[in-house]
Design a protein around this ligand. Structure first.
Ligand code: PMP
Length: 401
């Protein structure tokens, strides 16, 4: 009944702040790669909550881990120890080949935390003069929504009217390693970038970019921070998108899929000597590393330890990109990405991004436009080859509609 959909949307718009522009579909249930709306229509999820649902909706292992923990202990705060936290940190560090874990809740908090750690490290270890640390960031970045993070956003909608802003950020063109090297000075604490830019439209930097940035950081005692909130945890076929480049960061930020789409879990993982600048009382969060987060996070780490999701993303991603490539010249200008992750630029002469995502919805596939002309495609990694074919056929029909 479309009246149910309309009445819920009216409620949302009357009582909820208008900081999003959702597609007009009201989801009531979901399992695996499929969601059902309040009218009983089923849709294939081709977005996965922007990579928060890498294991699909309500993966049984993750739901079971949450239930088991809810039945035992939910929250202690970090005033006391609990029997999940240390095990989660050890297992996540082992999976990611890192030495230490700082647990937080959201992606933005992980990025904020990495910025704080990098600055403290610059003052205490590198000897940068107080209050003058600089962090190098990229054009078209997206790292979250806090005041400090939007201070270095160049998206006017995310940035304008939120000042006064936090100083200490230097912006260089994404993908230009020479510009990174030139921007490094004596006060540079870190380079903070997405290994593949997500919100910008799934932008993959040129080959060799990350090797050259790593070298510039090494030459100047600067930290490399890879924001893998969206790109990490098997989305591109590896644990980290940076792994494709054979480059290691000093710190990585993780979020989204770390909580399996069930609860918010984020983390900064990396070098123990860098995270070691944190001392008791210098940073924290009531819910960061609470037992339910850790229990779900441990189950996520266990799923990733099999390598199955990474392999699915690699193999099915090749199929997805081959199929999407067929649409170039048929309403699509360009397809980018890696693994089960794609940015699809719609030919603006043919349709707007919104027109395509609405037509796709009518075809039973849910996905979302960014910047009016790019579709961001990030299916759950449990999707099948047949479902990918179904969705790409639906996209071809939506482009013709
Ligand atoms: N970093 C990156 C790379 C992201 O894509 C996002 C979210 N899209 C964030 C940080 C912020 O995460 P959250 O919305 O959980 O704060």
């Amino acid at each position: 009944d479309t009246a149910v959909t309309s009445s819920i949307i009216t409620l949302d718009e009357q009582w909820g702040a208008h900081n999003y522009h959702p597609l007009p579909v009201v989801i009531a249930e979901a399992e695996g790669s499929w969601v059902t709306d309040v009218e009983g229509n089923r849709y294939l999820d081709f977005l996965s909550g922007y990579s928060a649902l890498n294991f699909g909706h309500r993966h049984p292992d993750l739901v079971a881990a949450a239930h088991a923990q809810l039945d035992r202990l939910t929250l202690t705060s970090r005033a006391f120890h609990n029997d999940q936290f240390g095990a989660f940190c050890r297992e996540l560090a082992t999976l990611t080949g890192t030495e230490m874990v700082l647990t937080m809740n959201t992606g933005a908090e992980a990025v904020e935390s990495a910025i704080k750690v990098a600055r403290k490290w610059a003052y205490q270890v590198k000897g940068v003069a107080f209050d003058s640390a600089e962090i190098i960031v990229a054009t078209n970045n997206f790292h979250g929504r806090t005041t400090t993070i939007v201070s270095f956003s160049d998206d006017p909608v995310a940035h304008d009217n939120y000042g006064p802003f936090t100083p200490g950020f230097v912006t260089v063109p994404y993908g230009d390693a020479e510009a990174v090297r030139d921007a490094i000075g004596p006060n540079t604490a870190a380079v903070l970038m997405e290994p593949i830019q997500g919100e910008a439209g799934v932008i993959v930097p040129p080959d060799g970019f990350w090797r050259d940035v790593r070298q510039a950081c090494d030459d100047n005692d600067v930290l490399l921070i890879s924001d893998e909130v969206q790109s990490g945890l098997a989305r591109t076929g590896e644990i980290f998108a940076l792994d494709h480049e054979d480059v290691r960061a000093d710190l990585y930020t993780l979020g989204k899929a770390l909580g399996g789409g069930i609860i918010p879990v984020s983390a900064v993982v990396g070098r123990a000597d860098v995270l070691g600048v944190l001392t008791p009382g210098s940073h924290g969060s009531t819910f960061g590393g609470y037992p339910v987060a850790c229990a779900v996070g441990r189950a996520v780490v266990e799923l990733l330890s099999t390598g199955d999701f990474q392999k699915r993303s690699t193999d099915l991603g090749a199929h997805l990109h081959a199929r999407l490539g067929e649409l170039v010249g048929h309403g699509v200008v360009e397809v980018r990405g890696r693994g089960l992750w794609a940015g699809v630029d719609i030919d603006p002469a043919a349709k707007t991004g919104r027109e395509v995502s609405m037509a796709l919805r009518d075809q039973g596939v849910l996905c979302k436009e960014t910047h009016h002309r790019t579709l961001r495609i990030a299916p759950p990694l449990v999707i099948t080859r047949e479902e990918i074919d179904h969705a790409v056929d639906a996209l071809a029909a939506a482009l013709r509609a």
